[in-house]
Design a protein around this ligand. Structure first.
Ligand code: GAL
Length: 652
């Protein structure tokens, strides 16, 4: 730690009287262990920005400073030993031409000591110069504003403490225990998962009845449309429905402890994905390190862990299964297509049809990934000018889901006008339409041209509304809460997709790490995605799931919010001081309500029945522990942990 002895007389003139002629040590903020700071993107910068560039604010370069990226948080123990904290704060000029904006905050425990205005890229900096008298724990934060975290390169320039005796020390964020709220499932049989399922006439049909309870379980299904048969031991329904129509099927599950029945509506018509897809995707854990073995292991884990008994069904391979043109790596390189122009797999996927058959034999579905450009984002072969051939190949292999990623179609598109944005997606829509297979069509172009307004028109069953998610709070917070306003465009068969889940062991391969989200942030992530009626695609290595992660993904009452057959996406109905309430209507007339606290400290939050458009007495059910909280008149109040949530159902 580098110290400079300083006589503070000049500062005394500028600021207060209390420092009178005492000698203080100057401790630069950047000399502390800045690796303890959590920042939204990049690396905590010692005398440099989060990108490693000089600290420059509003044209002036500072030798000393701490470079962060919103949202960031840095805990310090002062033990009452410091006299003042000083810094110049702003957005680094490396983002001068961009639209970064952030707010800086300084807390002593729960008390806000100082807050900047909204500081913008290229705009003026602000000065923080505050007394640290008697302060024990100091928290330095930067927060994103409504425009999200992009370009928020927040710098604490020229930042130092004047220290009387005890030096400040950087400390870890307070430990938050991972408390499991989801109750254990009973041993008696219970049917879970979607209550409605869509398919098209004449196409292969596959539906695994999701049921918890002690095995063996015997399944029955009364009222199945002609062409379908049930395997009474596995609960897997297969076949082809010839006649379009709506079929009410009565499912039962029986084991030695009891019996449970539930209605399943099968709608055979034009539309599939009548509830948001529930599954897994290889990208957030393995990225290009994916191979057949890992995909099979994921499918086995989905069944063996019990997740498939809660409604999870898709196993989706993301990028990097094809041949990589011009690669000298013998595993991924080679001939991109065969003599007939059919796309080849690389050597990590020696038998795609065999893999799909295996996954189907478990009652699960399999998804793939490609894009409209010549290459995928990772530089592998994609569908450009082979769309019909490739769609047919995907169908022949037995794929049930296609994520179609814009990527280097950027080189082909003339511009980002609506016709250019829609074109490649319509081409693939037509190609898929000719395959006679139910393939969920997932558009991935990061929200360009407000895709939610026209994604359904080009056949999309879901469309990414954002760039890629990462496993940190600023990413999950800005993407999740940034979905407000898209609700009008979601509904059965067509969903907004705020990207995949980042709970459990993720890492974009080969090295995996446990999610950097705190337990409360993980509850927020899953609760919000459930309310948003988002496709839920698990992003972790399911073979390494701990009990907490499993509990987050196997809560049937939470999943029911996501899978509700009305297909509504929640709206934000209350928003103030970092507190938000989101709500959506459910099929049975009740409301699913999320009370969220985006702030750093626990806070009390009230939702009134007026906010929810109801009046009278209602029961509030806490969905994570699955317990009723009692009857409430006109309003409900709860204390919400920092970055946490209370997810409830309000019912008569
Ligand atoms: C990105 C996409 C990610 C992942 C990746 C594969 O464009 O948003 O979800 O699919 O490509 O290269």
């Amino acid at each position: 730690m580098k110290l400079i002895k300083l006589l503070v007389v000049p500062i005394l003139l500028l600021n207060t009287n209390f420092l009178k002629s005492q000698t203080y040590d100057t401790v630069w903020l950047s000399s502390l262990d800045i690796s303890k700071a959590t920042i939204g993107w990049g690396k905590p910068g010692k005398d440099v920005s989060c990108m490693g560039n000089p600290i420059i604010l509003n044209g002036k370069t500072y030798k000393k400073g701490f470079g962060t990226h919103a949202s960031s948080i840095f805990y310090l123990k002062l033990n009452g030993g410091s006299a003042r904290f000083h810094a110049l704060v702003g957005i680094n000029d490396e983002e001068k031409a961009s639209s970064g904006s952030a707010v800086f905050k300084v807390y002593s425990n729960n008390d806000l000591l100082w807050q900047s205005g909204i500081l913008k890229s290229g705009g003026p900096e602000e000065v923080v110069d505050i007394s640290m008298a008697n302060i024990d724990t100091l928290i330095l934060c930067t927060e994103t504003t409504a425009d999200g975290p992009n370009y928020d390169h927040t710098d604490w320039a020229d930042s130092y403490f004047l220290v009387k005796n005890t030096f400040p020390v950087a400390i870890d964020k307070p430990f938050e225990p991972a408390i499991i709220l989801t109750p254990k499932v009973p041993l008696t049989p219970r049917i879970n998962g979607p209550k409605i399922y869509g398919s098209r006439p004449g196409n292969d049909f596959l539906f695994r009845i999701s049921a918890t309870g002690e095995r063996p379980i015997a399944f029955t299904a009364n009222g199945l449309p002609s062409g379908l048969t049930l395997d009474a031991k596995t609960g897997i329904i297969t076949g082809k429905i010839k006649q379009a129509g709506k079929y009410e099927v009565n499912l039962t599950t029986t084991n030695k402890l009891g019996k449970n029945s539930r209605k399943l509506t099968i709608v055979c018509g034009n539309q599939i994905a009548l509830t948001p897809p529930l599954g897994w995707n290889s990208w957030n854990c393995f990225a290009c390190d994916v191979d057949e073995k890992k995909v099979k292991a994921a499918a086995n884990a989905m069944v063996n862990s019990g997740l498939a008994d809660h409604g999870w069904s898709y196993i989706n391979i993301d990028d990097c299964w094809m041949v990589k043109p011009e690669s000298d790596d013998s595993i991924v390189g080679g001939k991109t297509r065969d003599a007939q122009g059919n796309m080849n797999t690389n050597k990590k996927f020696p038998d795609m049809k065999g893999l799909a058959d295996y996954i189907h034999s478990l009652g699960l579905k399999i998804g793939t990934y490609s894009g409209p450009g010549p290459k995928t984002c990772a530089g592998y072969t994609a569908c450009y000018q082979f769309e019909e051939k490739d769609a047919q190949r995907f169908a022949d292999w037995g794929f049930d889901y296609l994520k179609y990623d814009w990527c280097d179609y950027e080189l082909i598109a003339k511009d980002h006008s609506l016709p250019e944005l829609k074109k490649p997606y319509s081409v693939m829509q037509n190609a898929l339409g000719k395959t006679n297979r139910d393939i969920v069509y997932s558009l991935c172009q990061y929200g360009m041209g407000d895709v939610w307004e026209w994604g359904a028109e080009v056949g999309g069953n879901c469309w990414r509304t954002t760039g890629d998610i990462t496993d940190d709070w600023s990413s999950v917070e800005s993407i999740g809460f940034g979905q407000a306003g898209h609700e009008a465009f979601a509904g059965p068969g067509h969903w907004n997709d705020p990207d995949m889940l980042v709970v459990g062991k993720v890492g974009w391969g080969p090295q995996l790490h446990y999610t950097r989200l705190s337990p409360n942030e993980q509850y927020t992530h899953i609760s919000l995605w459930a309310l948003l009626a988002a496709p839920l695609l698990i992003g972790c290595d399911m073979t390494q799931m701990d009990e907490f992660t499993y509990s987050l993904l196997s809560n049937d009452e939470v999943l029911d919010v996501n899978q509700d057959i009305l297909g509504k996406q929640a709206s934000r109905i209350v928003q103030y001081d970092g507190l938000e309430v989101w709500s959506k209507e459910l099929e049975d007339g009740s409301k699913a309500v999320g009370l969220f606290n985006r702030g750093l400290f626990p806070a009390s939050l009230t939702v009134t029945w007026k906010d929810l458009g109801i009046s009278g007495t209602y029961t509030v059910r806490d969905l994570w522990p699955q317990t009723d909280e009692g009857k409430f008149d006109q309003k409900y109040t709860a204390t919400i942990p920092a970055h946490g949530v209370k997810l409830v159902r309000v019912y008569k």
